[in-house]
Design a protein around this ligand. Structure first.
Ligand code: KG4
Ligand code: ZN
Length: 360
């Protein structure tokens, strides 16, 4: 598959590693031939008993899983170290120990193979995931970035040129899905489970609040939802149909809020393109409602493939390849950031690296 979204500059092939949370992932992306391999090991089973990600367990499991994934990806892509022109790894934001596991491996492989390395911003990876598709979105566009930790509307002028339009004041959309799912007794990770249960619920059987929907601007607030769900799910013998109705109401509230604000943002900027990125972008109801609303507004919506909405290394490869091609290089040290504002990034080649390498 050709990746038309990537600028055809140099012959480049990168190995990419993602380990910011609970997915260990490795990918190999070739500028000319496209995605040659992508491997993923999900730690879901490991964390399920605890109802959420346990950071220390995540770090240790990344250490166990990543190197075998690298070996598998290299074999699947029929690639030797000498075929590679760089190594990319997620350098933040995320769980610090988990990030360190991937960064230590990526930086060391690059050192051993005498290749340049690049630390990638995880959210830039999500934003650029649609560039893996043949039909890639044009710039400028508005991006709705909805993951477990973030809910943002961004004016994307180009790669690395991000202006924050608004974000959540409290819980992220994915977090709201996950917390509501937990209250309904669904296993971790709750988002997809809640979406599946919602399919059996009746629309309008229960109305949950849509905070900030009527206010101007592009900020979100989802923390009130869990209190509303807590109240609705209070009954001791909650019937299956009632649980499904609540799940449906939660999904409707989140999806409607995201759709209204995203389309309002596209409209107010005069863009014609909306990109949806991040794990919640895998929600089929969100996709259907957004596409319908956008079509009515003459706006085109682009989504990454479902497997590239949630955490993966292919998206890290896209961002890393763009930055390596522009000459960005990581120094010979392992440097990651638990917090890293997206707006600190600049276009590929921009001297932001100097600021980024400060904290480990
Ligand atoms: O982007 P992602 O894989 O990880 C982060 O960077 O956070 O997003 C994970 C989030 C979780 O909150 C998960 O429940 C949610 O995305 N998610 C979904 C669906 N698939 C994943 N939420 C609603 N519906 C889905 N189908
Ligand atoms: Zn993510």
């Amino acid at each position: 598959m050709l990746t038309r979204g990537l600028r055809p500059l140099l012959l480049m092939r990168v190995l990419a590693i993602e380990s910011s949370c609970d997915e260990s992932a490795v990918a190999i992306l070739d500028r000319r031939r496209g995605l040659l391999a992508h491997e993923l090991y999900s730690q879901i089973e490991l964390h399920r008993a605890y109802g959420g990600v346990v950071p220390e367990l995540a770090s240790r499991d990344h250490v166990r899983r990543l190197l075998p994934l690298v070996v598998r990806a290299m074999a699947a892509a029929d690639t030797r170290p000498t075929d590679l022109t760089g190594v990319a790894y997620t350098a933040g934001p995320g769980l610090i120990g988990a990030l360190l596991s991937g960064a230590a491996l990526g930086r060391s492989l690059a050192y051993g193979w005498a290749l340049p390395a690049i630390g990638v911003h995880h959210l830039e990876g999500h934003l650029l995931a649609p560039l893996l598709e043949v039909d890639a979105p044009p710039f400028p566009h508005v991006a709705l970035l909805v993951s477990g930790g973030h809910t943002m509307l961004i004016d994307v002028q180009g790669i690395g040129r991000y202006r924050m339009l608004g974000e959540t004041r409290d819980d992220a959309a994915g977090e709201a899905f996950d917390k509501s799912a937990k209250l309904l007794g669904l296993p971790y990770p709750g988002g997809p489970q809640l979406a599946a249960l919602a399919e059996r619920g009746r629309s309008g059987a229960l109305k949950l609040p849509r905070p900030m929907l009527d206010q101007p601007g592009f900020e979100f607030s989802f923390s009130g939802l869990k209190t509303a769900v807590q109240l609705a799910a209070r009954a001791e013998d909650l019937s299956d149909s009632r649980r499904a109705d609540i799940a449906r109401a939660v999904q409707d509230a989140i999806v409607e809020t995201l759709c209204v604000k995203a389309l309002r943002a596209v409209d107010s900027l005069g863009h014609r393109t909306l990109v949806v990125a991040g794990g919640v972008g895998a929600n089929l109801e969100l996709r259907a409602r957004l596409s319908a609303g956008a079509a009515a507004q003459g706006v085109r919506v682009y989504y990454p493939r479902l497997e590239f909405c949630t955490d993966n290394a292919a998206m890290i490869a896209v961002a890393g390849l763009e930055r390596l091609a522009a000459g960005e290089r990581e120094p010979h040290r392992i440097s990651v950031r638990a917090r890293w504002p997206l707006t600190e990034l600049g276009p590929p080649g921009f001297a932001h690296r100097l600021r980024v390498t400060g904290d480990t």
